[in-house]
Design a binder for this molecule. Structure first.
Ligand code: SF4
Length: 702
């Protein structure tokens, strides 16, 4: 509530956290946001979760960056990081002119000496569509390569790879709200109650209204309480489980033959692939009994309308793309796609990971997933941007870190991402960041990544800027500035344009609307959305091809956006996790998020209420694991993997299976990714965050 009775102003905007894209109103008193309330947006109908309602005061935190910083001469880049409350020990303050000149000079000198491919950039899924577009344009035209990526590589890159290959579109086919039209809702590898809480509330409403919920996950999480069927399968057995369901559907004649014949191709290869995946054979592999496998397959296939949701439990594996291929096949062979209450919905993580991907923050595609190695597409962008483009797809997040360590990537710009916390095998990633000749970080706090910067540019937080953001439903929505950035911090778009100018790019953008206008001219999917329409309507779903197109919430009703209009069924075989448990490291580590904290914690751990609710690193495990270790709730344990170790408090989680532990990755003092493995899915290039081998040790209590 407001601290005083002074009047407040109201600014309509969006929640800065997850991909649900809840609309909200900021209540502002003077220079402070004092309260947030939900608005009646299409994705939330005035609902907000704890992050949206209470997670806003990070913007007023005393550690906000308010002046450009330059590394002090002789201050080494320490792998142990530094205390963000004492930045002047490592950096000195500088004027914008000095900082921008140093930032751009360093990048330009590397480009001139070693070529554009020796530079790379990580953009941000938390920034606006316009910021993402300008960022990738800067890397492609100013740096001179396609080495541009962002955290989609760490969350749904495998989903996008499989969806583009199978159905010709990397986004969801149906919105979350379609659960009201579904008979059956199947959720696999996702924990919506913690990670998409408002979406979870609509799913709970649907169950209350009589819909059948099937949950499949190695962890029993909150939403499983509402499920008619909960399949707690063994981690790493996703393909076995899904191929088994497909086997039952084919074996029992539940295939929608008409849909398969008219709308798909390559069904025969799938039938052959799954022939050996009978319930009897797969039951011991998945840890699910054969009768339950049969029942669930029938339930999904026989539904009038069935919808599939999935999260990173599916995508973050070396077989993440294969997992999604199986989900696509499941929907295609049963005809559960192209109608209300059906379809495929990868629950997108960050508030704008969909929009940032659409805008081209991906190394192999230009905006709107137009391939950079297609000469005709490249020529169109070269004409629009007035310069030649690198024809070779760039490196992905983990590949960029590897190339930095090998001396092939020498300079980077990182905006609003924190790879020193979010990348797998952090010791490796931090060494890579430390080895860069020149690192420019643009952010609102001195993150763990900024510890390795040569120049730090203080940027704007979500409530300090105007911009469009695209939620998990493909809704393009407006965020509005409620405050000015503090001190000398600046708008991200301004910073990017200043860097671009100093790298030799002359761009015509006057404002955010001008950037969006250029985007819509190059991106057919949003051609029908203009800034005035967005201001008027607040939320428009793409594809939206013309001014009178209302937008298309449900895709694939008549055909698929593939070369022949048909969806491609791609069979998947079994590929084991990169690192299996053994006698030395006998437990499986699963990493993920907590309800109260967002990703690497840079924002939520500086939000008073959220940090008070979950202040300390915790590791969740089954009571039997605790008993075996002789520890109780709150005791400290050390977790080891072959790559690192962390210490955390034990928390009992009766939803965990024996032999597995769960560690959130938001705590810098116990960074989960010190333990994780950097093995990649070969198609999506996504790391295997959901599976590696660890050991536990009880620490003596003091
Ligand atoms: Fe924000 Fe997501 Fe919570 Fe909505 S569900 S309030 S978008 S974190």
């Amino acid at each position: 509530e407001p601290a005083t009775s002074a009047p407040t102003t109201q600014v309509d905007s969006l929640c800065p956290y997850c991909g649900v894209g809840c609309q909200l109103t900021y209540h502002v008193q003077g220079e402070k946001i004092v309260r947030v309330e939900g608005r009646d947006g299409p994705a939330n109908h005035a609902r907000l979760c704890v992050k949206g309602r209470f997670g806003f005061d990070y913007i007023h935190h005393p550690e906000r960056l308010t002046r450009p910083l330059i590394r002090r001469e002789g201050k080494p880049k320490s792998l142990d990081g530094f205390d963000p409350s004492r930045p002047l020990d490592v950096f000195r303050e500088a004027s914008w002119d000095e900082a921008l000149a140093l930032a751009a000079d360093g990048l330009r000198q590397i480009r001139e000496a070693h070529g554009g491919r020796s530079l790379a950039g990580f953009g941000s899924a938390k920034g606006s569509n316009e910021e993402a577009y300008v960022f990738q344009k800067l890397v492609r035209t100013g740096f001179g390569s396609n080495n541009v990526d962002h955290c989609t590589r760490l969350c749904h890159a495998s989903s996008v790879a499989a969806l583009l290959e199978g159905v010709g579109s990397g986004a969801v086919s149906n919105p979350v709200a379609d659960v009201a039209d579904a008979d059956v809702i199947l959720i696999i590898g996702a924990n919506p109650s913690a990670n998409h809480p408002v979406a979870a509330s609509f799913i709970k409403n649907a169950v209350k209204a009589g819909k059948t919920l099937i949950m499949m996950d190695p962890r029993r999480t909150d939403l499983a309480r509402h499920a008619r069927y909960f399949l707690q399968f063994r981690p790493d057995s996703d393909v076995a489980l899904l191929n088994c369901l497909i086997h039952v559907i084919i074996d029992e004649g539940l295939v929608d033959q008409h849909f398969v014949e008219q709308r798909t191709e390559d069904f025969a290869a799938l039938r052959e692939q799954v022939a050996d995946f009978s319930p009897e054979r797969m039951a011991p592999v998945c840890g699910i009994d054969a009768d339950t496998l049969r029942t669930v397959a029938r339930c999904y296939a026989r539904a009038n309308a069935a919808m599939i949701f999935w999260g990173m439990g599916v995508s973050q594996h070396v077989h993440g793309t294969d997992n999604v291929r199986c989900l696509i096949a499941l929907a295609l062979i049963t005809g559960q796609i192209g109608r209300p209450g059906t379809g495929l919905h990868p629950l997108r993580g960050q508030n704008n990971v969909q929009g940032a991907s659409d805008a081209g923050l991906i190394p192999m595609v230009l905006p709107d997933y137009q391939r950079v190695d297609d000469p005709a597409i490249r020529a169109r962008f070269e004409a629009a941007w007035g310069c030649a483009l690198d024809p070779v797809p760039g490196l992905t997040v983990v590949e960029i870190m590897d190339a930095a360590l090998a001396g092939q990537i020498r300079g980077m710009l990182i905006m609003g991402e924190n790879p020193a916390m979010s990348d797998p095998d952090l010791n490796h990633a931090r060494q890579a960041l430390a080895s860069l000749e020149h690192l420019v970080v643009q952010d609102i706090f001195l993150t763990e990544t900024a510890a390795f910067a040569d120049v730090v540019l203080p940027a704007s937080a979500f409530p300090e800027k105007d911009g469009s953001f695209t939620n998990t439903d493909r809704r393009v929505q407006l965020g509005r500035a409620a405050l000015k950035p503090p001190g000398d911090a600046r708008q991200d778009l301004w910073i990017l344009q200043q860097l671009a100018m100093r790298m030799g790019c002359q761009w015509p953008f006057q404002d955010t609307a001008g950037v969006f206008d250029e985007m819509r001219r190059l991106m057919p999917s949003i051609a029908g959305i203009d800034w005035q329409r967005l201001l008027r309507e607040e939320s428009i779903t793409y594809p939206c091809h013309s001014a009178d197109d209302p937008g298309q919430p449900i895709l694939f009703s008549d055909d698929f956006p593939t070369s022949n209009g048909r969806a491609r069924i791609v069979p998947a075989g079994l590929v084991p996790a990169a690192e299996r448990p053994d006698t030395e490291y006998p437990l499986v580590l699963i990493t993920g998020r907590l309800l109260e904290h967002w990703h690497t914690g840079a924002m939520t751990r500086r939000a008073t209420v959220l940090d008070a609710l979950e202040p300390d690193p915790v590791v969740m495990m089954a009571p039997s694991v605790m008993a075996g270790l002789g520890v109780g709730p709150g005791d400290m344990v050390r977790l080891y993997s072959r790559r690192g170790q962390v210490e955390a408090q034990v928390r009992v989680d009766a939803g965990m299976r024996e032999g597995e532990v769960f560690l959130p990755f938001c705590y810098r003092e116990a960074a989960a990714n010190l333990l994780t493995h950097d093995a990649l899915d070969p198609w999506g290039k996504i790391p295997e965050f959901k599976y590696c081998a660890v050991q536990l040790e009880a620490l003596a209590s003091c």
